[in-house]
Write a protein that binds this ligand. Structure first.
Ligand code: HEM
Ligand code: HEM
Length: 486
């Protein structure tokens, strides 16, 4: 913990920059700025699918390079920084302690943001290790691991000095993600082999997908579910229905998620037993999901009317519902008979967006709209813009997702049932690709509205309006946005 003496001895500019929650704010702002790059890359790609000559001849904008830069930007810049912003906000509040070191935290945010930005730009110029979700080059991997260690020091030191005796379930999930990710990243990126960051042959595929799915299941899933476990009870003023069910869902992740990597390789020559374990564990994940669904559903009982009036709750409700949906979809997709139809198609990418976008991005946006006004004691710059952004986001996503599904199912059906080669299907799927591009454009706009609103909130710092008497009386947990409720 930084002492009062050390605060006094700081130069003025440093004291202004380093205050409570400055780490959280730095991570959130980084996430908001960098998502502009991520979604714009996505937009370029959906247009390229309809008009393959779009931006042709510019080497750093060819599909293969943008795609990896897109996935790494949305995952490691936006979602990761967003979830870390939330963790740095929530851990001090749930432990009753100030953050161990805001200075260390801000350094972590700058290092992470700078390193990942460098990594994804270098990918556009062809510097890539070419393994899915592990593309960033070695030096960037080292920076990622350094920040993970700084996070562990900062957040675990805060937790270890806690005055609140209960270890809330939110803290469990965050602690899990903090510990698992560096190990996973180290193994998945084969960091003991710097020249290539890879093994050889089929072993490399097994390692890559052990990492590939666990980065989703043991980094983003616990990190982002923590948002639902915190914001749903806070905004509905109802405790989580069952601590026990939360722990079943937590341990379910640990037990079942760790072995599912093989379901990405059902048609690759990996050992058959590895595939069978992966399919069985994918089915086992249903236990986790049912426990989570029941818990959230019961917490929301009698509270659904609050969703309309709370912006963070809107995003977070979409997030946890999407998590449930995508997990059931994933369990089906893992079955061999269905995977045969879907694997080599864009159905998988539909699933990827239902998960990382609708579950993940919604959680980050809900968290940003919840935490930033509270930590700065200000109001959201424009609630109207935020609500319009939300509607665009949902409508845009629906058409975008439908386009992906239709493309994927057509590709799969043509391949499995009629044995048509890929190129013959292309004219038939073009209308669906166009639908996806149209939805994607609206979705892109939804993200831009979010970014503008968050940055304007931080820069303009609109004062909180005092709630009227009637609002206070009828307070059923509908805290007006921006009212500090901590
Ligand atoms: C935070 C928001 C987003 C997230 C988390 C996200 C995530 C992803 C991921 C994980 C993939 C790789 C999927 C796979 O390998 O199966 C991907 C690919 C892709 N994304 Fe996104 N994305 C986001 C936003 C967007 C937007 C706004 C657009 C379009 C406007 C878009 C268009 C695409 C396209 C066209 C692909 C390549 C599809 C393919 O190769 O078949 N994404 N995205
Ligand atoms: C019960 C839970 C889940 C199961 C059983 C499951 C299963 C699957 C399966 C079978 C695939 C397709 C593999 C293929 O044919 O190539 C897949 C892909 C994917 N899943 Fe899930 N999924 C689950 C939940 C999630 C969650 C919560 C996330 C995000 C946090 C997620 C993100 C993804 C992504 C990004 C891909 C695309 C990977 C690629 O690039 O090929 N899934 N999942």
């Amino acid at each position: 913990m930084e002492s009062a003496n050390s605060e006094k001895s700081r130069p003025n500019w440093l004291s202004r920059a380093l205050h409570d929650d400055s780490t959280s704010l730095a991570f959130f702002v980084g996430a908001a700025v960098l998502i502009v790059l991520g979604v714009t890359e996505g937009l370029i790609m959906v247009i390229q699918f309809v008009f393959p000559d779009f931006l042709a001849g510019i080497p750093w904008l060819v599909f293969g390079r943008i795609r990896q830069s897109h996935t790494n930007t949305v995952m490691f810049a936006f979602l990761s920084m967003g979830q870390m912003g939330f963790w740095y906000y929530v851990i001090p509040r749930l432990t009753g302690r100030k953050l161990y070191s805001e200075a260390l935290g801000v350094i972590s945010a700058i290092l992470w943001g700078g390193a990942v930005l460098a990594g994804v730009i270098l990918e556009l110029f062809g510097f890539s290790q070419g393994r899915e979700y592990a593309e960033m080059i070695y030096v960037i991997d080292v920076a990622v691991i350094v920040v993970c260690i700084l996070n562990i020091i900062n957040l675990f030191m805060t937790i270890s000095k806690r005055v609140e005796q209960n270890l809330y379930v939110v803290v469990w999930y965050i602690a899990g993600a903090l510990m698992w990710f560096p190990l996973l990243y180290f193994i998945g990126n084969v960091m003991w082999n710097p020249p290539s960051g890879a093994l050889t042959g089929i072993n490399d595929a097994i390692f890559n997908w052990f990492y590939g799915h666990n980065v989703l299941g043991l980094w983003f899933t616990p990190g982002l579910l923590a948002v639902s476990y915190y914001i749903v009870p806070r905004e509905t003023r109802t405790p989580v229905y069952s601590h026990f069910l939360s722990l079943i869902a937590f341990w379910g992740l640990v037990i079942f998620y760790t072995g599912v990597g093989g379901h990405h390789l059902e048609w690759a020559p990996i050992p058959y037993w590895l595939k069978t374990i992966a399919v069985a564990e994918s089915i086992g994940m249903s236990v986790t999901i049912i426990a989570f669904l029941f818990n959230m559903w019961m917490t929301m009982r009698g509270n659904w009317n609050k969703v309309g009036s709370s912006l963070p709750l809107k995003f977070v409700t979409v997030s946890w519902l999407a998590y449930v949906l995508v997990s059931f979809q994933g369990t089906q997709e893992a079955l061999r008979s269905i995977n045969l139809l879907t694997h080599f198609t864009q159905y998988v990418t539909a699933h990827a967006h239902l998960s990382l976008l609708l579950f993940g991005a919604s959680a980050v946006m809900g968290a940003a709209y919840f935490c930033i006004p509270k930590m700065l004691n200000i109001a959201i710059w424009s609630k109207k813009l935020a609500n319009i952004g939300f509607v665009l986001y949902i409508i845009g996503f629906s058409f975008f997702f439908l386009g992906f599904l239709l493309v994927g199912l057509t590709q799969g059906a043509a391949w499995v049932h009629i044995g048509l080669p890929v190129w013959t299907v292309l004219p038939g799927i073009r209308p669906y690709l166009a639908l996806r591009a149209a939805g994607g454009t609206v979705l892109w706009l939804g993200f831009i509205f979010f970014v503008v609103n968050i940055l304007a909130t931080v820069i303009v710092r609109k004062p909180v309006s005092v709630p009227s008497q009637s609002e206070v009386k009828s307070n059923t947990g509908l805290v007006p946005d921006g009212t500090p409720a901590d």
